[in-house]
Design a protein around this ligand. Structure first.
Ligand code: HEC
Ligand code: HEC
Ligand code: HEC
Ligand code: HEC
Ligand code: HEC
Ligand code: HEC
Length: 225
């Protein structure tokens, strides 16, 4: 006798299949990325996930690091490598003496996973957004006719176009390629802003807009001298 499969079960099975396909497709992107730290006998996944005796929500391989942090959310996992033990890169993103974009630790999609997915290197910096250096407008707008133009070419180079917090250089306005994934000649949100290491008391700016000790605006006059 032919079995009748209830439509709901079919729908659920299809959704699960799609979900699994999507998820595996995404996680496979780790391979060959900067997060592929595989060595013979230790697969890339195992650097972050283990099947037993793990920590946290997603079977984290690494527990709270010894810096005395409370174990909440994704950040301790990230910091367990980015604390200088595995890499020095991006340490400033954990420096609470610098302004950092707000997150809600431990709350899915509001933690570091608001902007990053540790599996996807496509848009640079393991960001979730195809707009690269214009990612801010995915959530904030601010790219309309009454805002400073973005995606425009600079006629002259900024006086200070270097910004590299990893070396302690927290000042400068960067120009980007059209995709917003690397250096180029265009103004993007990340020319004036950064999610990490912004100036204290600013809206995550990379140079002071108003300088109480000066009659000039270092940010504006960096490009419009
Ligand atoms: C650099 C660390 C890192 C590596 C390497 C890594 N993951 Fe993940 N994984 C995460 C993080 C962080 C999350 C939590 C989801 C999030 O915050 O985006 C996660 C979540 C997951 C999830 C559940 C949530 C989801 O996205 O579907 C699965 C399944 C998963 N990882 C599988 C894998 C597999 C398979 C590999 C190896 C190919 C791998 N991961 C490699 C960090 C990593
Ligand atoms: C298992 C160790 C490990 C873990 C865990 C880890 N990272 Fe990384 N991450 C690295 C290494 C190694 C690099 C490459 C550093 C280099 O190029 O010198 C890197 C690079 C990066 C970069 C820069 C990528 C680029 O395109 O330049 C970002 C952004 C990043 N990680 C974010 C995260 C976030 C967010 C988490 C937590 C979800 C995380 N990492 C967890 C090891 C790790
Ligand atoms: C609002 C979006 C946003 C949130 C939330 C966010 N990041 Fe980032 N992150 C970025 C962007 C954008 C960059 C690239 C930095 C740049 O070039 O300005 C970055 C860069 C990084 C880097 C690499 C820096 C480098 O120089 O290679 C690390 C590590 C990192 N983030 C970790 C984290 C961790 C950990 C969290 C959670 C505590 C987090 N991020 C939350 C947007 C975000
Ligand atoms: C994934 C969505 C998302 C992205 C991308 C994003 N933000 Fe936010 N941003 C938020 C949310 C949510 C808040 C918190 C709003 C609140 O509760 O006040 C916030 C708050 C802020 C604040 C207020 C901070 C404070 O201390 O009060 C500033 C400034 C800001 N974002 C700037 C940026 C900049 C600059 C970028 C790009 C580097 C960016 N955001 C990218 C979602 C996002
Ligand atoms: C030319 C420099 C510059 C560029 C480019 C720029 N901003 Fe801003 N942004 C600023 C300055 C300066 C402030 C602070 C304004 C103030 O203090 O009155 C600010 C403030 C903000 C704020 C916080 C204040 C608010 O009204 O919510 C957000 C959010 C923001 N910008 C988002 C963006 C987004 C999204 C982009 C890209 C589409 C972008 N910015 C591009 C200079 C810039
Ligand atoms: C990263 C470089 C950069 C910074 C920083 C910058 N600008 Fe611009 N600005 C440009 C470029 C490029 C254009 C478009 C071409 C031009 O007019 O030179 C532009 C255009 C303008 C325009 C003309 C707007 C239009 O719609 O045609 C004004 C006004 C302006 N900027 C003011 C400012 C102010 C105020 C600040 C400081 C908050 C500032 N700029 C910071 C690069 C920058």
């Amino acid at each position: 006798m032919r079995r009748i499969v209830p439509p709901l079960a079919v729908a659920v099975a299809m959704l699960l299949a799609l979900g699994a396909y999507g998820a595996f497709g995404q996680q496979g992107h780790v391979i060959g990325s900067k997060h592929d730290l595989a060595s013979p006998g230790v697969a890339a996944c195992e650097q972050c996930h283990i099947p037993h005796d793990a920590y946290g929500d997603y079977l984290w391989a690494r527990g709270p690091n010894p810096a005395g942090e409370t174990y909440v959310g994704v950040r301790p996992l990230c910091y367990s490598c980015h604390d200088g033990t595995v890499t020095e890169e991006g340490r400033y993103a954990f420096d609470e003496t610098l302004s950092q974009h707000p997150t809600v630790p431990g709350e899915p999609s509001k933690d570091c996973d608001m902007c990053h997915n540790a599996h996807t290197p496509e848009y640079g910096n393991f960001l979730l957004f195809p707009s690269g250096a214009n990612l801010c407008r995915s959530c904030h707008g601010k790219a309309g006719p009454t805002d400073h133009p973005v995606d425009v070419d600079a006629a002259v180079a900024p006086l200070d176009s270097q910004w590299n917090p990893s070396t302690g250089d927290l000042s400068g306005t960067r120009l980007w390629d059209a995709a917003g994934a690397g250096p180029g000649n265009q103004v993007k949100c990340l020319s004036c802003h950064s999610a990490h290491g912004g100036l204290e008391g600013s809206d995550l700016s990379t140079m002071p807009y108003r300088d109480p000790t000066s009659t000039i605006s270092p940010l504006c006059q960096n490009c419009h001298p």
